[in-house]
Design a protein around this ligand. Structure first.
Ligand code: EPU
Length: 426
């Protein structure tokens, strides 16, 4: 196991390139199972989760090569319809192959992803939708087993009971080859879902996004687009570094991100005292923080609300801001585990249910801390960058799932950070 050793406090000044969005790449990779011919996808980040999806695609029979952010897949031959427990257990997002496998082969057997550190995370809505398309779906011996009817899947009008990102993505991928029209109501329209739709449309799918629903007109096949498809920038990675720059009262320019998809977060950053300039054409955001941040409360919500994937990082910011902030988590039931670790660094936080009251302190102090999930790890790394002394962030395999070369990027900004082997857990 590895750990990050960070010597704080640091002063950031510099530019970094934002990677393609992990949560857009994963469904697009799953969607390649639906497409005939060679698909080329660019701006794919070098992350453990991408490697896990790559391994899954290959196990299902895809030819896939990944080098220098370019992923090339070709799935001409017959594919296997069984996603094994060993591969799915590495990454929950593996459930994203359920829709494409069912649509392409009429059968899918995908290991049921369990709960995780941030919540139970059921997949009932994914299953309910496959049933609405006419599939026979059972959960048996830890697998979701779905079988299309003889006549094939039939489009349907469906209302999600809860707004779900991967549930919507799975539904779109299952409906895209079904007969007739499907309407998805109360569906997710996060930028990553729209990026998947853009990819599918470039392959010949007929999908329209209206204000309150997504309409899919089934087509008989999808063909690889002639040109390379480029994945959108990662708003969570960009948001993480911008929040970090605020905490250390530094300056940063992030490249490769459409500022518009972070609009609400940028507004809150301005309220906290950040000076921000955006350039939509150049896809850059520049931020300068000249003073101690002011406390700003947040409540997570679906897009365009405040993203749950930036809640932990905002809590770190609140920990060093002037005044008291209330952080409310509405998407996942157990996404406050970073609070206890931040408290070990001197943060003053009271957690009650899904709310955390944070009283900002002047400075945090270094301590060994342990990452519990991807975004929690990011919040600890940010806290370490502004804490006094040497912080060890342990269990960083979580961070490698979603942040490419975090130590390289932070070093470039001026942080004293090294990755080393963690010999023993404390
Ligand atoms: N939910 C259900 N039933 C379902 C599906 C979801 O009750 O069938 C509930 C969940 O338990 C949760 C809420 O609905 O309370 C929203 O969950 P959602 O399904 O939207 O989450 P997800 O699709 O599993 C994706 C991202 C997460 C991100 C969430 C919320 C990917 C691969 N993952 O997860 O990303 O937090 O949407 O925006 O897209 C991360 O990158 O760190 C991460 C966890």
């Amino acid at each position: 196991m590895q750990q990050l050793v960070i010597q704080g406090p640091s002063k950031w000044d510099g530019e970094i390139q934002i990677e393609g969005a992990k949560n857009a790449c994963l469904p697009i990779m799953a969607a390649t199972l639906l497409v005939q011919g060679e698909v080329r996808i660019n701006n794919v980040p070098s992350l453990c989760d991408i490697q896990s999806m790559l391994a899954l695609l290959k196990d299902l029979g895809a030819q896939a090569k990944y080098k220098d952010k370019l992923l090339v897949t070709n799935i001409e031959q017959d594919i296997c319809s069984v996603a094994s427990y060993d591969l799915v257990k590495k990454m929950r997002a593996s459930i994203l192959v359920l829709g494409p496998l069912l649509a392409r082969t009429g059968f899918a057997k995908v290991s049921l992803p369990g709960g995780c550190a941030i919540g139970a995370r059921p997949v009932d809505q994914h299953i309910k939708f496959m049933k609405a398309l006419g599939a026979d779906v059972v959960v048996s011996e830890g697998f979701v087993v779905a079988k299309a009817p003889e006549a094939g899947l039939q489009g349907c009008d469906f209302h999600f009971d809860v707004i779900t990102v991967t549930g919507t993505e799975n539904a779109i991928m299952a409906a895209v080859l079904a007969r007739g029209k499907s309407i998805l109501r109360n569906a997710s329209t996060e930028p990553e879902v729209l990026c998947l739709i853009e990819f599918l449309v470039s392959c010949g799918a007929k999908i329209k996004v209206a204000e309150s629903f997504i309409e899919i007109e089934g087509v008989s096949s999808l063909t690889a687009p002639r040109s390379v498809f480029t994945v959108i920038g990662d708003r969570m990675e960009a948001g993480t570094y911008l929040i970090g720059a605020m905490m250390v009262r530094g300056s940063i320019k992030v490249r490769g991100i459409q500022p518009g998809i972070l609009e609400h977060v940028l507004d809150l950053m301005r309220q906290a005292g950040a000076e921000i300039k955006v350039d939509e054409d150049e896809k850059t955001i520049s931020l300068v923080m000249k003073r101690r941040p002011k406390a700003v409360s947040i409540c997570t919500n679906v897009y365009p609300g405040f993203p749950t994937d930036l809640q932990a990082q905002w809590m770190s910011l609140a920990a060093v801001s002037e005044g008291e902030s209330l952080i409310t988590e509405t998407i996942f039931e157990n996404r406050m585990m970073h609070a206890c670790e931040l408290m070990r660094m001197g943060a003053q936080i009271e957690v009650q249910g899904n709310k955390a009251r944070v009283r900002g302190v002047e400075f945090l102090t270094a301590a060994p801390v342990m990452a519990s999930d991807l975004r929690a790890s990011a919040s600890l790394v940010l806290a370490a960058c502004c804490a006094i002394g040497e912080t060890l962030v342990q269990r960083i395999y979580h961070i490698d799932r979603g942040y490419a070369d975090i130590e390289g990027k932070l070093s470039k900004l001026g942080v004293n950070i090294v990755r080393q082997l963690q010999l023993m857990e404390v």
